[in-house]
Design a protein around this ligand. Structure first.
Ligand SMILES: Cc1ncc(COP(=O)(O)O)c(C=O)c1O
Length: 397
């Protein structure tokens, strides 16, 4: 929730380690404790009331706020240099609570065809049931997106880079269009992380993360977070405190612990992903490589302007299509075949079983996601060993 401490001149490296922890340490603990208490008691009604009315810091009930969860929110908030943050049980809870807070029957949201599969389902399956129209445009056509925004909308929903084809959206340009239209601009920053990109600084009103991915970084806890404008975050917090998609304190603890190495992991993943992408580009079994750090990527110039690093996720398309995907994936020794990304270990999978498992093959095709695609989330292993592993897996393709 809103508070006055700001990132100011402190680096992301230092904030990853120290940010948000001081207020929740107790009895000399040097690490944020896991506070497993459903409710918080007060000896007298006056002090209870002061906390309940928000006039004094404190907690009432863990569905609303909790010390461990609050430390996690503050750490992300500082890294995104935001004035307010609130957290959720998962990234999808963060996204759905945000959209349901901001949108009402008759409203229109402008987004793109290839947002994360779950987000796409919200646009196409759930929001229409409440009379909310979603206009999903071609991610590469900024003129078309800008024109759709100018026709009037309540929310502009951005995700950059996108999952799994790593398209890049010009956040400054589309946020400015959203502002002109009086819309709230929301950006999913899961793939970039606050180490590589800060959408609020580029003009977005709200930034969302699936903390399950790079923030936590160890594939052991689910979580989501929304940071940004205090009035908007306050409304989203209120919706979540009533609907109850609260982050668990143990998950918050694991995410905090993971975030202490966020900057180190992401810097390493940026570097290794670029190396792997360059190597894959030269392989005869690979039809295309999608990574915004490659000079050949159609949105490389936008990425270079708005990102400090290009992230740990890339995808590549095999010449042999889905049959080749089924042959190659089991041969990888240094990759978990799983529906996750952003972890310390390399994770690989096709969109059909990962980001777009919710969609049919026809829907994936309509979203421009080839069936021969492998999403490859680079871990913190030795990059040369990852390349050697890919080489042996692709050998007979
Ligand atoms: C870009 C993006 N946003 C949101 C989500 C949803 O996050 P969660 O799985 O934590 O609900 C994902 C999950 O893969 C994602 O890749």
């Amino acid at each position: 929730m809103p508070d006055n401490s700001s990132r100011r001149a402190t680096s992301a490296a230092t904030l990853s380690v120290w940010g948000g922890e001081e207020d929740s340490l107790m009895q000399g603990a040097t690490q944020v404790p896991v506070v497993y208490s459903a409710a918080f008691g007060y000896p007298d009604v006056d002090s209870w009331l002061e906390v309940a009315l928000g006039r004094r810091p404190g907690h009432i009930y863990s569905r609303n706020t909790n010390p461990t969860v609050q430390a996690f929110e503050t750490k992300v908030r500082l890294l995104e240099d935001a004035q307010a943050a609130t957290s959720f049980a998962s990234g999808m809870a963060a996204i759905s609570n945000t959209l349901f807070t901001l949108l009402s029957p008759g409203d229109r949201v402008v987004s793109v065809k290839d947002t994360y599969g779950g987000t796409n389902k919200l646009f196409l399956e759930f929001l229409p049931r409440f009379g909310i129209q979603s206009d999903l445009l071609d991610t590469s056509d900024h003129d078309e997106i800008e024109a759709a925004i100018a026709r009037g909308c309540k929310v502009v929903y951005l995700e950059s880079p996108t999952n799994p084809t790593l398209k890049v959206m010009d956040i400054s340009r589309l946020a400015a269009a959203g502002r002109r239209a009086g819309a709230v601009v929301v950006a999913d920053n899961t793939f970039a992380t606050p180490i590589n990109q800060n959408p609020l600084a580029l003009g977005a009103d709200l930034v969302i993360h699936s903390a399950t991915k790079f923030l936590g970084g160890h594939a052991d806890a689910l979580g989501g977070v929304v940071c940004g404008d205090p009035e908007l975050v306050g409304r989203i917090y209120h919706y979540r405190e009533i609907t109850g998609a609260t982050l668990d304190p143990m998950a918050a603890f694991l995410l905090i612990r993971g975030m202490k190495t966020l900057h180190l992991r992401v810097e390493r993943q940026n570097e290794s992903a670029l190396g792997v992408a360059r190597w894959l580009q030269g392989h005869p079994a690979v039809a295309a490589v999608f990574y915004p750090g490659l000079e050949t990527h159609p949105h490389h110039e936008i990425a270079r302007r708005q990102m400090r690093g290009y992230g740990g996720v890339l995808s590549f398309m095999l010449e042999g299509g889905f049959e080749a995907v089924k042959r190659v994936l089991p041969k990888l020794r240094l990759a978990r075949r799983a529906a996750n990304l952003g972890s310390v270990e390399t994770v690989a999978g096709p969109p059909a079983t990962t980001s777009h498992v919710e969609c049919s093959a026809a829907e994936r095709e309509a979203m421009g996601i080839p069936e021969g695609l492998i999403r490859y989330s680079v871990g913190i292993e030795n990059a040369e060993e990852l390349i050697a592993d890919l080489a042996q897996a692709l050998e007979r393709e």
